[in-house]
Design a protein around this ligand. Structure first.
Ligand code: AMP
Ligand code: GLY
Length: 427
């Protein structure tokens, strides 16, 4: 099989690393890929993931058998539709199905129609109507920009006054641009978060595993929301009973509902959940692609042949009896540039990568690096590296990931010191 991976971040590095282990893979290409992925795939830095024409051209000219799309933006823009129209098997949903992530209002209406548990919500195009609603409801609420805002368009509001501020920022000041022409206001759910992954061919699905990420910048879940400062899998909050509820109440009706509504979901369904005190799952959001950095620990744990799994899903022939097989546990610790998620410098030389990777059961996935003039790696993004380790337990994996991360240095480097701590000492 010849496979093209679209994207060039930590998630795509992890997917490419895992795909490269498949005996069925004959060639791997990446668009744009990254300097760190060069040893695993033929990278095409001239082809941006968002440049649909160039991605389709590359896929056609390179005669690939499968395209695996990493990020959500090209999916929302219709990359999978374009590739399928050319007869190229694609792992990733159509633009219509990608609205599960791309439009919160669409996702909410879908869940309501199909009886999938989620927070009570209202969507508004009009600022005044939104303000009236939050005042009438009183108390805490969550205000979200409707469109894609790179995970940053969500405001947790403790009071109607805070909601008012958030609504003005989103709808009037357009802090998130056009994504803020419509807002969703919803109830604040209590509980513990987890994410759950399933792969679908449009009709059938196989489940992957649960993971948990850490969205806040600082220890103790303080500071600004980020793309994710670390992740671990499994997530102990998702025990067998909770998993069963997730399958029956969320995953199965979602895959069935999307097919019934005329836009079958092909790709990975990533469900962000709040599990309440009674162990009942409520959907916070759907994503239509692998999580970043959750994919890094998931790929380290997965025993199955990823290429076979993704090709079967893309080809509409998923074998629901396929045993995925999961190693015990994995943890990813993100090293970010000083200043992230706001502005940060780039071009800082990175030391200690070889030493970090010499640790047993550790892989350093690159999220935002590039080659410097001296040939070594330097920083090139906000999230720079995802130091990922496997272990018999989350605790062991975490200790390994931190020991390896200690070896890495660059100016201004920031990491959380409490990744996966919620998973420890529970059982
Ligand atoms: P989203 O982009 O919708 O996933 O929201 C980002 C983060 O905000 C989530 O991971 C949660 O931590 C939090 N969040 C969003 N919606 C809610 C809600 N209704 N109740 C509690 N927390 C929420
Ligand atoms: N880590 C969260 C995401 O990928 O959206």
């Amino acid at each position: 099989m010849r496979i093209l991976v679209v994207g060039g971040g930590g998630r795509e590095h992890a997917l490419t690393w895992k795909l490269s282990q498949s005996p069925r893979v004959e060639a791997l290409l990446a668009a744009p890929g990254s300097a760190a992925m060069e040893g695993l795939a033929e990278c095409h830095p001239e082809v941006a993931a968002a440049d649909l024409d160039s991605v389709v051209k590359l896929a056609r000219e390179s005669a690939v058998d499968l395209v695996v799309v990493g990020p959500e933006d090209p999916l929302a823009a219709g990359l999978a539709d374009r590739l399928r129209a050319e007869g190229i098997a694609t792992f990733g949903p159509s633009a219509a199905a990608a609205r599960l992530e791309g439009s919160k209002a669409f996702a909410k209406a879908f869940m309501e129609r199909h009886g999938i548990p989620t927070a009570k919500h209202r969507a508004f195009d009009d600022l005044q109507a939104a303000l009236d609603y939050t005042r009438a409801e009183g108390g805490r609420c969550v205000v979200k920009a409707d469109g894609l805002a790179a995970g940053k368009g969500v405001s947790m509001c403790e009071s109607p006054a805070e909601a008012e501020r958030a609504l003005h920022e989103i709808m009037e000041d357009r802090r998130f641009g056009e994504a803020g022409s419509r807002v969703v206001v919803e109830d604040w759910l209590e509980g513990e978060e987890a994410s759950y992954y399933a792969i679908s061919d449009g009709e059938r699905f196989v489940t992957l595993a649960a993971a948990q990420d850490h969205k806040r910048l600082l220890d103790g879940d303080r500071g600004e929301n980020t793309g994710g400062m670390g992740a671990y899998s499994p997530a102990p909050v998702v025990d067998a009973a909770v998993e069963e509820k997730i399958l029956e109440r969320v995953v199965r009706p979602t895959i069935r509902g999307m097919a019934e509504d005329g836009h079958p979901f092909v790709g990975v369904l990533f469900v962000g959940l709040m599990v309440d005190a009674a162990g009942d799952p409520h959907v916070i959001e759907f994503n239509v692609r692998f999580g970043d950095p959750e994919t890094q620990p998931l790929m380290m744990r997965m025993e199955a042949d990823l290429a076979e799994l993704l090709a079967d899903a893309a080809g509409g022939r998923l074998d629901t009896d396929m045993a995925i097989g999961w190693g015990e546990a994995a943890v990813c610790v993100v090293l970010a540039s000083g200043g992230y998620p706001r502005s940060y410098p780039t071009g800082c030389p990175i030391a200690g990568l070889t030493e970090a990777e010499a640790h047993a059961d550790v892989v350093v996935f690159h999220a935002g690096t590039r080659r410097g003039a001296s040939g070594g790696f330097e920083t090139g993004g906000g999230r720079v590296l995802g130091v990922t380790a496997r272990g018999e337990t989350v605790e062991a994996a975490r200790a390994r990931a931190y020991a390896a991360a200690e070896a890495i240095e660059f100016e201004g480097a920031h990491k959380r010191t409490d990744i996966a701590s919620r998973a420890l000492g529970r059982d």
